[in-house]
Design a binder for this molecule. Structure first.
Ligand SMILES: Nc1nc2c(ncn2[C@@H]2O[C@H](COP(=O)(O)OP(=O)(O)OP(=O)(O)O)[C@@H](O)[C@H]2O)c(=O)[nH]1
Ligand SMILES: [Mg+2]
Length: 312
């Protein structure tokens, strides 16, 4: 199967992603073997409020990337809906016309209950797509919350998508994601109020620019009408420019190292906590300590200290 993944076979890649999602031990072994073949892809996060046209935009960007001869992977993440939910179905339908194209692989991910695991599952899926040889990988997430920021932080370049007339959402973007954006796209530029929203975006970016170094990347604001396939070439031009900028400054590789380090620490923390918890609760005196807590003879802090002391 590892050979299949490295040869870019869709069935092999899909199976490995499923194993990793399910925490199947075979997934770990295979990941260890494909990992040395990762690190080549340009990872692009696409996020913004619900319904602004992210999937339609990604669909358009796939077309443009294919026109430039690149193989494209997509990870569509939806933390809010169950695995078979509407939005994910929507993504599939919206990007359906690429389904027959061997140069495109689209994978949707839902939470299946564990919200914290979504960033990790997305990371794993990106690694697999990277190893499969997709040169550009889009990661679409819905919303502007902490989980999205975490997922977007996995990418090299982040596109924040907005739409006209979304005053409140623009505020939310400002609060949470403005910092993370490398490129802002005002989609649905065919709608009323486009110019006003564009100015709002430019103004908040201008404020941000005043506080960064002169040689820093200045995030452009572009317009698009994704539903009509308008604006794709300009967006991909900027993405290419940003990748070049990151490579020239060494940030492309540095970001990979930082990302790997963050994931490593998170995994180590989870594993360590699980192990310690299991041995603490397995102690013969654990039940008595818990009973003391329940009977108000011992406070929970002291109980935790006690059990930890005894296992170390
Ligand atoms: N007028 C107009 N409508 C658009 C445009 N782009 C997308 N839409 C429509 O907006 C709706 C939402 O599009 P999606 O691409 O699903 O939006 P999304 O941001 O991926 O949605 P979620 O993933 O549910 O957050 C669809 O009905 C699209 O046809 C555009 O440029 N102009
Ligand atoms: Mg979508």
């Amino acid at each position: 199967m590892v050979a299949g993944v490295l040869a870019g076979q869709v069935a092999a890649g899909a199976r490995l992603i499923r194993w990793l999602e399910d925490d199947d031990p075979r997934g770990r072994v295979a990941l260890g073997q494909v990992y040395p073949h990762t690190g080549r892809a340009h990872l692009v996060g696409v996020t913004g409020p619900g319904g602004v046209g992210k999937s339609t935009l990604v669909d358009m960007l796939i077309t443009e990337q294919r026109r430039r001869g690149r193989r494209v992977g997509v990870v569509a993440v939806d933390p809010s809906s169950p695995f078979t939910g509407g939005a994910i179905l929507g993504d599939r339908v919206r990007m359906q016309r690429h389904a027959a194209d061997e140069g495109v692989f689209i994978r949707s991910m839902g939470t299946r209950g564990q919200l914290g695991g979504l960033a990790r599952a997305s990371y794993d899926a990106m690694l697999v797509l990277d190893a499969m040889g997709y040169e550009v990988i889009f990661v679409e997430t819905v919303g502007v919350g902490q989980d999205e920021i975490e997922i977007v932080a996995l990418a090299h370049s982040t596109i924040i998508v907005a739409a006209p007339g979304l005053g409140d959402e623009i505020q939310a973007i400002k609060a949470g994601l403005m910092e993370a954006g490398d490129l802002f796209v005002l989609n649905k530029a065919d709608r009323d109020g486009a110019l006003q929203t564009l100015r709002q975006l430019e103004m908040s970016l201008h404020l941000r620019e005043q506080s960064v170094a002169a040689d820093a990347w200045k995030p452009p604001v572009l317009q698009a009408v994704a539903a009509r396939g308008e604006g794709g070439a300009g967006i991909v031009d900027v993405l290419d420019r940003h990748a070049q900028f990151l490579r020239a400054s060494g940030a492309f590789a540095a970001q990979r190292a930082r990302r790997a380090h963050e994931v490593f620490v998170k995994l180590l923390r989870d594993a360590a906590a699980k192990k310690i918890l299991a041995s603490a609760l397995a102690r013969p005196d654990a039940a008595a300590v818990l009973a003391d807590v329940a009977a108000c003879r011992l406070d929970p802090h002291a109980a935790a200290d006690l059990l930890l002391e005894r296992i170390s």
